[in-house]
Design a protein around this ligand. Structure first.
Ligand code: SAM
Length: 291
């Protein structure tokens, strides 16, 4: 696990599920908006192992300058490896020097700069006048309402678009028992637990973002992005169950007696191993032209 608890393996394993879940209409609104632009300047905040960049760099069909901002050092380092691996797997020509990749993808030149920094501290490092689009995947639900305001408010009103995907909304087991529901409710409380920077929005992230958009009179496109974790999604079950189990235990939010909680966890692990577990996790994606 990295310092903030985002395991590199977790981000790798969810990559395919995130890509499958991406909302096609919201993604199309983003791609259509920039269809005729020859070059795109993109800032991806909370970039993890570079998932957004790896997904889009061969889908944009234009020159691209990416800046990936990741505060966790182990994830920042892992990004080099994951981008390199992608480029080598697909045989794209590239050079890499310090924190910068230069890549040729068909007719497009792609430059990627990796920054190991908090996105709250990047205003001096990045020229937002030159930025076309801000991207954030699975990030805003980790922030409090105040943090979203602090970060987004100074950027809005400029000619920057916002494309944010995988904002957590809800989850369920299929089928679901009353105990499962109680555990999910406790887990969602954990996401919103008080922290020094305020309570993260967790499942309230859509409300928080939309309140910001309405306040600033910003038009947005939105659509669901859902992980359908069927019987075969065993790795995803394992990560999610373990994360739920650890976070409820560590923060004493477990709604059951210790014994019942252990037995719930063991039953779910067993059901997944036997190919009898299904889960669904719903997120929301948003695209705003000039937010
Ligand atoms: C759930 S992960 C998502 C990673 C990636 N966007 C993806 O979709 O795979 C959230 C990421 O945001 C990063 N993060 C959280 N707060 C941050 C901050 N203030 N500055 C930079 N990165 C941050 C975490 O370290 C983590 O890599």
């Amino acid at each position: 696990m990295s310092a903030e608890g985002f395991a590199i393996q977790w981000l790798k394993d969810r990559f395919a599920y995130d890509n499958k879940a991406r909302n096609p209409e919201v993604e199309k609104a983003f791609l259509d908006h920039f269809r005729t632009k020859e070059k795109l300047n993109i800032v991806d905040i909370g970039s993890g192992i570079g998932a957004n960049c790896i997904y889009f760099m061969e889908r944009l069909f234009k020159h691209q300058n990416w800046i990936l901002v990741e505060k966790d050092e182990s994830l920042y380092r892992a990004t080099f490896a994951s981008i390199k691996r992608f480029l080598e797997d697909y045989n794209f020509f590239y050079t890499v020097e310090e924190n910068t990749f230069r890549i040729k993808i068909w007719e497009s030149r792609v430059k990627i700069i990796l920054l190991n920094a908090s996105f709250f501290d990047i205003k001096e490092l990045i020229d937002f006048e030159q930025t076309d689009i801000l991207m954030a995947a699975a990030v805003f639900d980790l922030l409090s309402e105040e943090q979203i305001n602090t970060f987004l408010a100074p950027l809005s009103g400029r000619e920057i678009s916002l494309f944010t995907t995988m904002n957590y909304q809800s989850m369920q087991f299929l089928p679901e028992t009353d105990i499962d529901r109680k555990i999910i409710e406790a887990y969602e409380q954990h996401m919103q637990r008080p922290q020094p920077v305020g309570a993260a929005l967790g499942p309230r992230v859509s409300k928080g973002l939309e309140a910001f958009f309405y306040k600033k009179n910003i038009d947005f496109r939105k659509g669901e992005s859902t992980w359908n974790l069927d019987e075969k999604a065993k790795k995803m079950h394992k990560h999610l169950l373990k994360y739920m189990y650890n976070s409820l235990l560590t923060h004493s939010l477990n709604p059951l007696s210790e014994d019942r909680f252990q037995s719930w966890y063991q039953q779910k692990q067993k059901a997944s191993e036997l190919g009898e577990l299904k889960m669904e996790v719903v997120h929301q994606d948003y695209f705003c032209r000039n937010f």
